[in-house]
Design a protein around this ligand. Structure first.
Ligand SMILES: Nc1nc2c(ncn2[C@@H]2O[C@H](COP(=O)(O)OP(=O)(O)O)[C@@H](O)[C@H]2O)c(=O)[nH]1
Ligand SMILES: [Mg+2]
Length: 256
């Protein structure tokens, strides 16, 4: 986790983008500390581990509160995780267009409002959480984002996590399902290299299948590796660009 990888949070920023285009609305930005700062510890490994356990336990408590809050509103929340560039935002743009339920999105990136702006252009409400030096979203950030976003009862909420196949796996956000997106340009060895992420997933989207003729990604090998880590995991190969097999993804979402 973060005290191991060295990332820190000097204060995450939550920015609410207004209504989707055609529905003008004021933007709001809130700044402040949302994450207990874990100082670099030159001392013993034991002390570092104690800090890690304490931070994760606190996060789990806050995630449980998020889960209760979302359940009370009958909102299904999907935590989307991947390396940077695997196609999470592109997949969301298509999903917003195809969804029969209202969709809202919490966008996580270290900097910029780019992805929240893309979501808004696609027709859904979004808030952007900028984590600064942080490499993942945590339950506190999601709680603050929910305060701003105020998603409607019965809607589908996506949390696009910070692009990273490591730390986001450890932080429960209070989501209903965890989805990992991997694109075929990343190599078919990634399940075994990043086992925690794939072991935690309810579903893995293998994106950019339109590029399969040009790369040596073996979908069967990848699926077999993922199954050794997580026998129950569902693998859905799609192309968010061409729309190939997105109906399978949409059906999985509809069944949640
Ligand atoms: N060829 C191809 N490119 C894609 C696909 N999905 C996304 N991309 C491209 O991959 C890049 C990163 O996509 P983005 O959605 O921003 O990824 P994110 O960082 O995971 O949100 C962009 O240039 C997209 O156009 C796909 O299915 N096929
Ligand atoms: Mg993105």
């Amino acid at each position: 986790m973060c005290s191991s990888c060295g990332c820190g949070h000097d204060g995450a920023r939550v920015t609410t983008l207004g209504e989707p285009e055609g529905h003008p609305h004021d933007d709001h930005t809130h700044e402040g500390h949302t994450h207990e700062h874990v100082p670099a510890d030159p001392g013993t490994r034991t002390h570092t581990l104690e800090l890690e356990v304490a931070v994760l336990a606190k996060n789990d408590e806050l995630a449980a509160a998020n889960r209760d809050r979302l359940a009370g509103l009958e909102i299904v929340a999907v935590n989307l995780m991947s390396s940077p560039g695997s196609g999470k935002t592109t997949l969301l743009e298509r999903t917003i267009t195809d969804s029969t339920r209202p969709v809202t999105v919490i966008e996580g990136d270290q900097e910029t409002l780019f992805d929240a702006e893309r979501i808004r252009r696609a027709g859904a409400r979004a808030v952007q959480v900028n984590t600064g030096a942080g490499c993942h979203l945590d339950a506190t950030m999601v709680a603050r984002a929910l305060d701003s976003l105020d998603p409607e009862p019965g809607s589908l909420l996506f949390v696009e996590n910070v692009g990273n196949l490591v730390c986001p796996a450890l932080f429960d956000l209070g989501e209903s399902r965890k989805v990992v997106v991997i694109s075929v340009t990343e190599g078919d060895d990634k399940a075994l290299k990043y086992p925690h992420m794939f072991a935690a997933a309810d579903l893995v989207v293998v994106n950019k299948t339109d590029l399969l003729p040009y790369v040596d990604f073996d979908v069967d090998r990848f699926s077999a590796d993922a199954a050794t880590l997580n026998p129950a995991v569902r693998i859905v190969p799609v192309s968010a660009k061409t729309g190939a097999a997105l109906d399978v993804w949409q059906q999985w979402l509809d069944a949640l």
